[in-house]
Ligand binder design. Structure first.
Ligand code: F3S
Length: 58
């Protein structure tokens, strides 16, 4: 289950750059695209690790 904690997200956009099929930026915050919450691709894992504020849970 992929989740973005909107309270933590600072909108750096790294997750979208790495994994645009799962993450998109809306109003300056990352959100998980519809139907992608169960994605376990390696790029999701990479995004989880790259997020500077650890806002992504997977
Ligand atoms: Fe936000 Fe982290 Fe993505 S700060 S935009 S969830 S890389």
């Amino acid at each position: 289950m992929v989740l973005v904690d909107k309270e933590k997200c600072i909108g750096c956009g790294s997750c979208e750059s790495i994994c645009p099929e799962v993450f998109e930026m809306i109003d300056g915050k990352a959100v998980v695209k519809a139907g992608k919450a169960s994605s376990k691709s390696s790029s999701v894992k990479e995004a989880i690790q790259i997020c500077a504020v650890e806002a992504i849970k997977g």
